[in-house]
Design a protein around this ligand. Structure first.
Ligand code: HSE
Length: 440
């Protein structure tokens, strides 16, 4: 490929993101000069209906296979989403020697190993800036500017839908179900909200960030994943009284015990990786990330802590990330067996994920107990027997002879905490344990 040649782009999907990509490629004035070396050659759509972008009708086709096999095309932009046919089209495009730019976190987090092995064998790039954090540049920084650091943690709010719902629950005191229904009516949540509200989308994204931060493949199925369906207005209100807001956090970090180095490149062999609703201290930088915005906080040595913040979805932001990848490819046309190592992915081993029971964390638990003398002491003694150190026990209210208690622990082993809770559940004074949440 001649480094000054025009690169021909095939776009798979002309939904929100595909439309944004086409608009940037058609309106290059005032943007980077490399955009003039990119030309839309074909656009794959589900149906041939009138579109809002100004492209000749002859560019459209419903035959997506014909795009990924087209010898004139250099780069495929995959923005159809979902697992299939996206995975098969990506693999066929690579087989035909094309670079890939994809926003598809579900495919990359599950089939990254297969896709990158195929891409490395063909010396083509697979670029995924748009897969995490929408318009926020986070993939390129992890691969390039931050890669000289020893990363200790990457965590954040990386699902806009759940952050929108939790922000409204916080501001309005409303319940999850009613706000979800309203968010769907307003277009902030999908008709099928499962991937977002059950934390699956955030788990896909944190597996991608963790792989880049810690230098090994992540088995997506090993990531502990808990969504926001069970977050109640009551917990949001109690958390606020204790100085916290509740956020859906995706967390990947080194375990407290410094893990053994793997034998291949002296990077860690084991990390924590999890997604769950979390009580975040009100003065923490992630606490003020509201609405559909995303933020990723990265801690490394020697850089310290940085936070990347911005719009996590939407036509313009996500298209900005896709087209940034396109110009990175235009600036680095691969030479056979000599691709730019700052753009490729060549992980050679898998990182182990610390089992949940071994995670050391702070926890919040809400209990309903009978208002009998000595019950708080009994709870404290039981936690103590399992080495669970408590930061606070607060009596929140009393109704019909039942007392509502909220317990916040210091850093404890999650396994020990669960053992204590199993015993506490059997106490005759304990009538219910409605919630258990992590605390940052
Ligand atoms: N569904 C995602 C979110 C947007 O709510 O953040 C695309 O990643």
């Amino acid at each position: 490929m001649n480094s000054k040649a025009v690169l021909k782009v095939g776009i798979l999907g002309l939904g929100t993101v595909g439309t944004g990509v086409a608009k940037i490629l058609l309106e290059t004035k005032g943007r980077h000069a490399l955009l003039n070396r990119l030309q839309i050659e074909r656009v794959g759509v589900r149906s041939l209906k009138p579109r809002s972008v100004d492209l000749p009708n002859t560019l459209y086709t419903t035959d997506l296979d014909s795009i990924v096999t087209d010898p004139n095309i250099d780069i495929i932009v995959e923005v159809i989403g979902g697992l299939e046919p996206a995975r098969s089209l990506i693999l066929k495009a690579i087989e035909n020697g094309k670079h890939i730019v994809s926003a598809n976190k579900a495919v990359i987090s599950r089939y990254g190993e297969e896709i990158y092995a195929a891409a490395n064998a063909k010396s083509v790039y697979v670029m995924i800036e748009a897969a995490v954090g929408g318009g926020i540049p986070v993939i390129a920084p992890l691969k390039q500017a931050l890669s000289v650091n020893r990363i200790q943690a990457v965590m954040g709010i990386i699902n806009g839908t759940t952050n929108y719902i939790l922000t409204r629950m916080q501001n309005e005191g409303g319940d999850f179900a009613a706000i979800l229904t309203d968010a769907q009516a307003l277009g902030y949540a999908e008709a099928d909200p499962t991937a977002d509200v059950d934390g699956l989308d955030a788990a896909d994204k944190i597996s991608i960030l963790a792989a880049l931060a810690f230098g090994g493949r992540i088995r997506r199925e090993d990531i502990y994943c808990e969504g926001i369906r069970n977050v109640s207005a009551a917990d949001i209100s109690y958390a606020e009284k204790l100085g916290f807001v509740i956020k859906l956090l995706a967390i990947a970090k080194l375990p407290e015990q410094i893990p053994k180095e793997n034998k291949i490149n002296s990077l860690p062999s084991q990390i924590q990786a999890r997604v769950h609703p979390t009580l975040v201290p009100i003065n923490h930088p992630l606490a003020s990330v509201n609405g559909v915005n995303n933020a990723v906080l990265i801690e490394g040595e020697p850089i310290g802590q940085i936070m990347l913040y911005g719009p996590g979805a939407g036509e313009g932001p996500t298209a900005s990330a896709v087209v940034a990848d396109l110009i990175a490819i235009a600036a680095n046309p691969s030479r056979q067996n000599d691709p730019n190592p700052l753009l490729t992915c060549s992980h050679t081993y898998s990182l182990d994920i610390v089992p949940s029971a071994e995670v050391v964390t702070r926890l919040y638990v809400r209990l309903l107990v009978k208002d009998t003398p000595g019950v708080i002491g009994k709870l404290g003694t039981c936690f103590g027997q399992y080495d669970v150190s408590l930061e606070s026990i607060v009596q929140i209210g009393i109704q019909n002879g039942l007392v509502e208690l909220v317990v916040v622990t210091h850093e404890v082993s999650e396994g020990s905490f669960q053992q204590a809770l199993d015993e506490i559940r059997q106490f005759p004074e304990v009538t219910d344990i409605p919630s258990l949440l992590h605390v940052l």
